[in-house]
Design a protein around this ligand. Sequence first.
Ligand code: 5RP
Length: 225
Amino acid sequence: MQDPIVIAKKAAGEKAAELIRPGMVVGLGTGSTAYWAIQKIGAMVKQGLEIRAIATSEASARLAEELHIPLTTFAETQQLDMDIDGADEISEQLDVIKGGGGALLREKIVAFHSRQLIIIADQHKYVPVLGGYPLPIEVIPFGWEVTYNRLQQLGCKPLLRKKQEEIFITDNGNYIIDCAFGTIKDPAETNAALHHIPGVVETGLFVQMAHTVVLGYEDGSTQVL
Ligand code: 5RP
């Protein structure tokens, strides 16, 4: 029997992919929910859908290539029509925490230049207030220790991300510090405060960027917010 969370993620990803129209330039998100959207897009391309895509990570670019989804770059096109990406937390105001997979910088660049950001997630990611999930922050390796101290002074419990004992390195050659805030009452204010710290490249706070949220449920149904 399939894991109910996988059923929920697949339902959300596939539902969002169905919003794509011929000729669109589409952003391909990163993570285990975006995986299902990309799989569905691959199947739609195989059936003749003509689109171009920009991937938000090396991993998603590799998956797209495997599925023969035509990729483009910002050198060729500056505006995307639709970006489909996952989330770690979504608030009732549709503010979002992203970056659990470490791709937040490219994800935010792609989302910012898209007409519509469609966030896909399983039902458990929808919360009243953001902050239960530690906020991923991409930082420059140079002086990360002092960046870390400044993040702590903002009231979070920071943790340098590691993978199998080694420091996790993003696709952009940077580090991730996961900042446990507990609650983030004012996401815009927190995002602005974080951006004042030199060494912070980008935060996983996507404030008022989501156009639509597609939640997937464990019975395979979806809800569009
Ligand atoms: C990667 C992300 C992901 O979209 C986010 O972590 C959700 O991942 P998943 O769909 O695997 O739960 O932001 O940087």
